[in-house]
Write a protein that binds this ligand. Structure first.
Ligand SMILES: C[S@@+](CC[C@H](N)C(=O)[O-])C[C@H]1O[C@@H](n2cnc3c(N)ncnc32)[C@H](O)[C@@H]1O
Length: 259
């Protein structure tokens, strides 16, 4: 049986076949290589087998958050992200529970003839109906607000109040702090070329899992999902094909947090 709260080096599809039983994982948060945008340490990546294996190891009602964006090739976006989402639904059997976006406040690849690329997709796939849904609310604590109501005689009245608690359920576009020392405060993580923000991982963990659940990242890179699972009392499993990322980033990074 696989040990929880550990990192593993390996090609993920093979690693899952060798190590994970069916219906084992509650939540996966992962980000595959985006087309050929980055030259990682010699990865092989086949999204079809990866998605099929993820379906097998996910519990009924479990969720896979698939964070992805497209590159531009020969003047056109590749739309690989959508191909992957359609494959996950049509061929693998996942529900597409939500197509969410994360909006960055830094722009890594400005192009001269396009608007600044600010969003990436966060496809929330579920195996059947999600078994855990803890929708987060807007961060509006303690803000002064006013509401206007129309009276029966057509006049209006204004009520001023201070929100002592969080207000409504969030939108499905999440604004995330990105860029050096904003994606994470862990300097060591920037040895990896493409991490997603810690806040993104944390907020999905809180949304789609409960304490003690198993949170998986089969392409864990700098270990962002694993760190946030650890800090939020979930069990994690992190796999990456790169020995260097696991040994020189993930392990020392988590050790800073009492792992
Ligand atoms: C976009 S990065 C993930 C970054 C991660 N989400 C984070 O925040 O640190 C993709 C990672 O997938 C790994 N990778 C690519 N193909 C893989 C495979 N077949 N099996 C395991 N890891 C793979 C790469 O080494 C790279 O670290």
């Amino acid at each position: 049986m696989v040990e929880l709260n550990k990192f593993y080096i390996g090609e993920s599809v093979k690693w899952m076949r060798d190590n994970l039983p069916d219906q084992f994982v509650d939540l996966t948060i992962t980000s595959p290589p985006y087309d050929n945008l980055r030259n990682y340490k010699g990865f092989e990546f086949d999204y079809e087998t990866m998605l099929k294996e993820l379906y097998r190891v996910t519990k009924d009602g479990g969720v896979v958050v698939w964070v992805v964006a497209d590159s531009v090739v020969k003047n056109s976006e590749t739309l690989t992200s959508f191909k992957q989402a359609i494959y996950a639904k049509e061929d693998v059997g996942f529900n597409v529970h939500d197509t969410m976006f994360y909006q960055k406040n830094s722009y890594p690849f400005p192009m001269s003839n396009r608007y600044y690329q600010q969003v990436e997709y966060m496809f929330v796939f579920s195996k059947g109906k999600p078994k855990t849904v803890n929708l987060l609310r807007c961060d509006a604590q303690g803000r002064k607000r006013k509401s206007t109501t129309r009276n029966p005689d057509g006049t209006t009245s204004e009520t001023k109040y201070e929100t002592g608690h969080k207000t409504r359920v969030r939108d499905n576009i999440w604004l995330c702090d990105t860029g050096y020392m904003r994606t994470t405060k862990d300097k060591i993580a920037y040895k990896h070329p493409a991490q997603f923000p810690e806040q993104l991982a944390k907020d999905h963990i809180l949304s789609w899992s409960n304490e003690c659940d198993i949170v998986f990242d089969p392409m864990c890179g700098a270990g962002t999902t694993c760190k946030m699972a650890w800090l939020n009392n979930r069990n994690f499993i992190g796999v990456d094909i790169s020995e260097e990322y696991i040994n020189n980033i993930c392990i020392p990074r988590l050790q800073e947090y009492g792992w």
